[in-house]
Design a protein around this ligand. Structure first.
Ligand code: SF4
Length: 381
């Protein structure tokens, strides 16, 4: 008999990121970091090596959170108002206690499996984890995970259906682009055809599918191709959600160095708005919900269901593009400094004048707008 050499359990773990829509979810770490880790726009796991966590450790994390959740719920039911210190003294793992507080405060409705590509573990292990979660937290309505298209395309339909049945009901895929040229240039490690196969498989398995698109990723030279090919890939998938996460250039991303060396023609705010309009107008024959739920996106108004909300979603972009350049500057600076939320806020004279004064203090013009907004964006990435 082969004995497994399992390293000692060192307590509850949490990874660095989750999708914005999983802000209230319990985060359960299945793997550490990203098995691919070569995308040039992505800073998240650079310098960190990938590893699988032993199944036993993951189940121990889940048990530890369950113990904490039960204690918190019991303390609340008993009307103990000041139970924080009391619980801290009684639980062995403070990280699990923090995760449990967060989960209870969020209503215990959803769980997100970390890190960058949980579907890479053995399907049988993932199904064991999902069943354990459902057994301990039967009230949970949603269990979700990031998944790479490259990985999902290689999972059999039967295994995906079993994962869905065990409780995995939403997958977040970072498609980023449907253009093979863009995907190759940013080293995404997957092509358009594989992205389509993976997306269609998730849908066939009966899970909800969130596809992330990155406006600006093609740069100036590939902007049109990026918009049209991304829309075409999504038109063939019809995901439940299309989520926008605009390109930024964070310090740790290799693409930032490439840009500094003159190898990447980053788009400005106005060109990115034009690209986004073309992308949205090219989505056809699908019923996806489009969300602009990331702080880096210029237009928070892009939020609706296709096809009925297309006009509502694209009108603010058209209005922005028709503005005089000076007002485009005001909107971009106002939005990036969180003084304006929507293009229509420009119609409020007090708000407009306040942001105009700010622009004047920066010396902002259409010529230096992108340098200024890039510097502001760095605070959020
Ligand atoms: S696959 Fe995802 S997590 Fe991994 S490097 Fe690419 S973008 Fe980052």
């Amino acid at each position: 008999m082969i004995m497994k050499n399992i390293p000692p359990y060192r307590g509850f773990e949490q990874g660095p990121i989750r999708p914005p829509s999983e802000a209230e979810s319990l985060l359960i770490r299945i793997t550490r970091n990203c098995p691919w880790n070569r995308c040039t726009f992505c800073p998240v796991y650079k310098g960190a090596s990938f590893s699988l966590r032993p199944l036993e450790h993951i189940l121990s994390d889940i048990d530890a959170v369950k113990t904490c959740v039960d204690m918190i719920v019991a303390a609340r039911q008993n009307g103990s108002r000041y139970f924080g210190d009391f619980l801290k003294q009684r639980v062995a793992d403070e990280s699990a206690l923090h995760a449990a507080y967060h989960f209870v405060a969020g209503g215990m409705k959803s769980i997100f499996l970390q890190d960058g590509n949980s579907l890479i573990i053995k399907p049988a292990d993932l199904i064991t984890i999902l069943r354990h979660l459902k057994m301990l937290f039967p009230e949970v309505e949603r269990i979700t995970s990031y998944g790479r298209s490259h990985t999902i395309a290689r999972i059999s339909d039967d295994n995906l259906a079993m994962m869905a049945e065990a409780g995995l009901n939403r997958i977040h895929i970072g498609m980023e682009s449907g253009s093979d040229t863009v995907l190759k240039r940013v080293r995404k490690g997957v092509d358009k055809a594989t992205q389509i196969v993976a997306g269609q498989k998730v849908k066939r398995a009966g899970m909800e599918l969130s596809e992330y698109i990155m406006p600006g990723l093609g740069g100036i030279s590939l902007s049109k191709e990026h918009a049209l090919e991304s829309a075409d890939a999504l038109n063939q998938i019809n995901p439940d959600f299309i989520r926008l996460r605009s390109l930024a250039l964070p310090v740790a991303a290799p693409l930032t160095d490439e840009h500094a060396a003159g190898g990447f023609d980053k788009m400005g705010e106005v060109d990115t708005a034009r690209e986004l309009l073309l992308f949205l107008e090219s989505l056809e024959g699908i019923t996806s919900t489009v969300k602009s739920d990331h702080v880096l996106n210029l237009f928070s108004e892009v939020d609706g269901v296709l096809p009925s909300d297309r006009e509502k979603m694209t009108a603010p972009i058209r209005k922005f593009l028709a503005l005089p350049e000076a007002d485009q500057v005001v909107f971009c600076i106002g939005r990036r400094t969180h003084r304006l939320a929507r293009v229509d806020d420009l119609d409020n004279p007090d708000l407009y004048q306040a942001v105009k004064r700010l622009c004047d203090s920066f010396g902002a013009t259409i010529g230096n707008l992108d340098d200024i907004t890039q510097a502001i964006a760095r605070r959020f990435i």
